[in-house]
Design a protein around this ligand. Sequence first.
Ligand SMILES: Nc1ncnc2c1ncn2[C@@H]1O[C@H](COP(=O)(O)OP(=O)(O)OP(=O)(O)O)[C@@H](O)[C@H]1O
Ligand SMILES: [Mg+2]
Length: 420
Amino acid sequence: MGNCFLPPNSRVQNAHSSQQPSVPSKATSKSSLSSVPSTLTCSTASTLTVPSCSEGSYVALPTPRTEGEILSSSNLKAFTFSELKSASRNFRPDSLLGEGGFGGVFKGWIDEHTFAASRPGSGMVVAIKKLKPDGFQGHKEWLTEVQYLGQLRHPNLVKLIGYCSDGDHRLLVYEYMPKGSLENHLFKRSAQPLSWAIRMKIAVGAAKGFTFLHDGESQVIYRDVKTSNILLDSEFNAKLSDFGLAKAGPTGDNTHVSTQVMGTHGYAAPEYIATGHLSAKADVYSFGVVLLELLSGRRALDRNKIGIEQNLVDWSRPFLGDKRKLFRIMDSRLEAQYPKKAAHTVAALALSCICADAKLRPKMSEVLATLEPLQDPKEMDKSTQSDWKKDAMNPALRSPMRCQPSQRGSIGGSPLAYFE
Ligand SMILES: Nc1ncnc2c1ncn2[C@@H]1O[C@H](COP(=O)(O)OP(=O)(O)OP(=O)(O)O)[C@@H](O)[C@H]1O
Ligand SMILES: [Mg+2]
């Protein structure tokens, strides 16, 4: 489960507030749409253009300002509360898929054509997230999620089907992801260990999602990269969920947006925590932490461990650039069944992602380009034969060379130090 933080006194002037949805304190509800288009049509004069994507998804990000505009431009089905109550069998505890800061997530069934509630076992399975009535922040995240996932479509983003804004009830209806979250697979005791190949498949899928968000003309910074937000379909294809903290990236010559610090302990980039200056490189840092979790099978933060081992970044950093020591941090549940060279490449990549200097971190597209060949068994063999020098030529891996532990005295401590 996540642990979103909002440290006091961290609010700084928002230089780009016009890009944020304005959130009236009282929500207006919207009558149901009769149908939801299966494909989105692209940009009109009233929309910003348009991140494109090699896998053929198209996106138009409008710039709505009011809640009414966000909801009406979202291309989503508007559900009533009673529809979702019957779809989830009254939110029965045995329909509960999981629980996060936002509230419970329940399994439900709807008709795949009309989206009306259907009998359990018939129609389409959905995941229904029910917002706890905890006031403004939850509502703001609900609306931000509708704003972004109502417009963005990509094979590596979870599909938002609809929402409910009925009286005080706020819910979201997503495609159902049968294998749940990466967090559960990595850390639940009862879960089968993930093989190396599946771990790489998941890393590549997630990196595709982030590359799509970062490389569009209207950049989106996700701001909450973590294993619980990476969901898995029946074939372990990774999809990003939870856009409640997403934010429009800087425009023009700006290098960052200034914003309230939000995110999750253990994953947030140090410069963002210290200054509130947010750039896409903060997502890259957090993705580096996810790579460390995939390598080590350890949580970003683990209060059950002692000393430096509580913080995965601090504990693992000295081992990441050292081929002879890397095995010491590898997940024992892999039972040494992983290609050593590929593991070194991922470790060096993770080290570059968690570099203290955000400018030296690779771009998400470079992260993806480094990870993609590791999925292919033939390429994996080839990379086993290649030497460390070849990695040094890779732009995504050059920064770790400049990020050796001895040069990182000015990192400023772990995220733990900032929040405790
Ligand atoms: N679309 C979905 N399909 C299947 N299971 C889901 C889906 N969305 C969420 N879940 C399950 O519900 C759990 C809770 O998700 P949720 O996003 O509310 O919380 P979280 O990510 O754990 O924490 P946080 O509130 O910090 O984001 C997930 O870990 C996952 O197991
Ligand atoms: Mg989540």
